[in-house]
Design a protein around this ligand. Structure first.
Ligand SMILES: Nc1ncnc2c1ncn2[C@@H]1O[C@H](COP(=O)(O)OP(=O)(O)OP(=O)(O)O)[C@@H](O)[C@H]1O
Ligand SMILES: [Mg+2]
Length: 255
């Protein structure tokens, strides 16, 4: 086995009396697409929040590229190269499609107020580069014809792609997608699968994906982890997961 890009060691998250995540050990190697599945309330989104710095683990460690990032602030984690999308799409509602991507790029690069106020050539050059890159990203996700549209005027599937473009604008190595196919029709879901594979190769990404849509997870993920009530009940290839009795029980329930 190669070195892990992401590794969590015995991560727990307690919300009052609720153990939302217990003893979470995930190991993801560079270039992999790994799925995270489980029934509603299983703790999937919480694991993303723990890794991306939204929550601090009650105990345990999060390692990114061998570095301990446990409890670091979200913006610092973004800068190290981890990006995400959200289960409930979070876009700047009143901004255009292009502006949504530009904001994310500025988060990554930081803006020098002195340069910006004086509009120095260095600032203008950099702004031009940022715009070019934002347009290129929008072209990659098939939204270049909609640059000027208000983000929230886009149909749902396109808003999801915009959110992914915005995540890519921060130049991540590791990308977390929280239910990217939610609300998509079967045709859009199939396109999304192809899209995920394409961006993985093109941007040399490692991807962790939460998804209820089984066709999507089984179609793109090489390995999967299954959570139930905060506990990892199985991990393995899609074939192994599909016939795991504990997984079947968690999904179908038993009398
Ligand atoms: N900030 C919070 N405070 C208290 N409880 C929380 C908080 N966030 C999540 N929980 C609880 O932790 C458990 C896991 O929630 P989480 O959102 O991680 O589940 P999930 O697997 O993503 O579910 P879904 O498939 O519905 O998105 C749930 O019982 C949820 O109510
Ligand atoms: Mg969730």
């Amino acid at each position: 086995m190669g070195a892990a890009l992401l590794e969590t060691v015995d991560v727990h998250k307690q919300f009052g009396g609720l153990a939302a995540v217990s003893a979470f050990d995930i190991r993801v190697e560079a270039g992999e697409i790994v799925g995270l599945i489980g029934p509603n309330g299983a703790g999937k989104t919480t694991t993303f929040n723990l890794i991306t710095g939204v929550y601090k683990p009650t105990r345990g460690k999060v390692l990114f590229d061998g570095r301990d990032i446990t409890g670091m602030a979200p913006h610092a984690i973004t800068r190290l190269g981890i990006a995400r999308t959200f289960q409930n799409i979070r876009l700047f509602r009143d901004m255009s499609v292009l502006e949504n991507v530009l904001v994310a790029q500025h988060m990554r690069m930081g803006t020098n107020l002195f340069e910006a106020t004086l509009r120095l050539p260095s600032y203008l050059r950099r702004e031009r580069r940022i715009h070019e890159r934002a347009r290129a990203l929008l072209a990659e996700v098939g939204l270049d014809a909609h640059e000027e549209a208000k983000a929230t005027s886009l149909p749902y599937g396109r808003q999801r792609r915009l959110e992914i473009a915005r995540a890519l604008a921060t130049e991540p190595r590791l990308l977390f997608l929280d239910e990217p196919a939610a609300g998509m029709n079967p045709q859009e879901s199939v396109e999304l699968m192809e899209f995920i594979l394409k961006i993985r190769d093109q941007f040399r990404l490692t991807i962790v994906l939460i998804e209820h849509h089984m066709q999507v997870v089984m179609g793109v993920c090489e390995r999967m982890y299954v959570l139930d009530y905060g506990v990892t009940i199985a991990h393995g290839t899609p074939e192994e997961i599909q016939k795991d009795p504990r997984v079947i029980e968690a999904y179908l329930g038993v009398e």
